[in-house]
Write a new protein. Structure first.
Length: 454
């Protein structure tokens, strides 16, 4: 017979680990909940600070769903760098692209040229890209504007209508030329010169106006102020000198003078300038700046971009006798022209003196010939008188053979060359023949008288 045995069953209120854990958790939750009202402000402040800190670390993103119609709106509307060049020159493209890279990014560029030079620049892919992004404009001025020569460019830049029509709203103008360049190694930005009304390069250390226009920064408000009451006469001073003589004496303007406000180097050297202006691409370099070999090397190491606007040769193209230690500056064009004119005048004077000498010699020869003719006439008359005294009725041989008023052929002077002398010698009559003719004439006269008397 089997025995049934069973374990004692647990009651409803039996304590187990699970039930104990649930009770403790519920008690802690009620206790924490009772404390929350006291710490609620502190907790909210802590959470807010953490959220703000996280927001600051998130990068800001701005989506412009409507693209601007004019890409030029992305640049400063009052800053412009401008070059005027009608000639087709192959270095204009790299020069322009370098200037775009060096000038601060908020500046725009304007190239004014002839149809040929504008077409040449427009073929460059890099130039086309700068046009698309609104950085660069290429322009051919309409008629009657003319930029075919330096004088015509001077007239354009001193005409207030040019600024009103083509540069409206421009305040700062960086004007540069085909033979100027800004240096990428310069530690000074162009935007640091915006408080100047005109800054450029001095011609001498004590130049009253240091604003050579080959590479200069100008404020057009000052330019317009001058052009509102003064006009430049044609074929006079260059536009930068014309502006300088007036801006310097205008009150309230900050204009470069002496070594103050020197933006670039041209005739006076300064250390680490913003740029250089090498006249005519190095064809007219001042010895004060470029005469020393060590300085030339330092300049080209500091601003290697100068090779873009310098007609320099490679070392392998140097002449064998050129050691590079000497520098022969080319004289100024005006001085060279004056020298050439002086040489021409000297040659002209020498030619005039030579003509005077030849004229004097010709006059002397004419006088001698006239004197010889007079002497010949006198000798002929004496011979005629001698013949008449011997026989008054007998005609002289000279008179019978020589026209009246002309000297006897036999005694003509040798005024000509050897051929004339030979001719005169052949035509001369010996004195013995003349005497025999005289005797024959006398005998014939005596016979005639005898026959008449018979």
């Amino acid at each position: 017979m089997a025995l049934n045995s069973s374990a004692p069953s647990a009651g409803i209120f039996a304590i187990t680990k699970l039930r104990l854990f649930l009770v403790i958790s519920l008690a802690l939750t009620w206790w924490i909940a009772s404390l929350l009202p006291n710490y609620q402000p502190m907790i909210k402040a802590q959470l807010k600070s953490r959220i703000d800190e996280a927001r600051q670390k998130i990068p800001s993103i701005k989506v412009d769903w409507q693209k601007a119609a004019d890409p030029r709106a992305a640049y400063h509307p009052a800053k412009l760098a401008m070059i005027i060049e009608p000639r087709v020159m192959p270095h204009l493209v790299p020069q322009l692209l370098h200037m775009i890279a060096v000038v601060p990014p908020d500046w725009r560029f304007l190239f004014i040229g002839s149809p040929e030079s504008v077409t040449m620049l427009g073929r460059s892919t890099s130039v086309k890209h700068q046009q698309i992004v609104g950085k660069l404009d290429l322009m051919v001025l309409p008629e009657p504007w003319d930029i075919s020569s330096k004088e015509m460019v001077y007239r354009t830049l001193t005409d207030i209508r040019f600024y009103d029509e083509f540069l409206p709203g421009i305040e700062w103008l960086l004007k540069y030329e085909y033979d100027s360049i800004l240096c990428a190694n310069s530690e000074v930005s162009l935007n640091e010169w915006l408080d100047w009304h005109w800054a450029g390069a001095p011609r001498t250390n004590d130049d009253r106006f240091s604003g050579n226009g080959g590479l200069s920064l100008r404020r057009l408000s000052a330019v317009r102020k001058i052009l509102q009451f003064q006009s430049r006469f044609n074929d006079t001073a260059p536009e930068d000198e014309w502006f300088g003589s007036r801006l310097y004496i205008t009150p309230g303007l900050k204009v470069a003078s002496g070594m103050e406000g020197v933006l670039t180097v041209e005739n006076v050297y300064i250390e680490n300038p913003m740029g250089f202006h090498v006249q005519e691409m190095g064809e007219n370099l001042p010895a004060e700046v470029w005469g020393d070999q060590a300085r030339r090397k330092a300049i080209l190491n500091y601003c290697p971009e100068l090779y873009t606007v310098l007609n320099a040769k490679l070392d392998r193209e140097r002449c064998p006798e050129d050691t590079g230690s000497s520098f022969t500056p080319i004289t100024d064009q005006a001085a060279e022209k004056a020298k050439q004119e002086a040489e021409i005048e000297e040659k002209k004077q020498a030619m005039l003196e030579r003509i005077k000498v030849l004229q004097a010699q010709a006059d002397a020869a004419a006088r001698e010939q006239a004197q010889a003719q007079a002497d010949s006439s006198s000798t002929a008359k004496q011979q005629e008188q001698t013949t008449s005294s011997v026989n008054p009725q007998a005609p002289s041989a000279a008179a019978s053979s020589t026209p009246i008023g002309e000297p006897e052929i036999g005694i003509l002077p040798f005024a000509g060359g050897e051929a004339d002398k030979t001719k005169n010698a052949a035509l001369s009559v010996p004195e013995e023949d003349i005497s025999s003719e005289k005797e024959t004439s006398r005998d014939e006269e005596i016979r005639t008288d005898d026959n008449t008397s018979q």
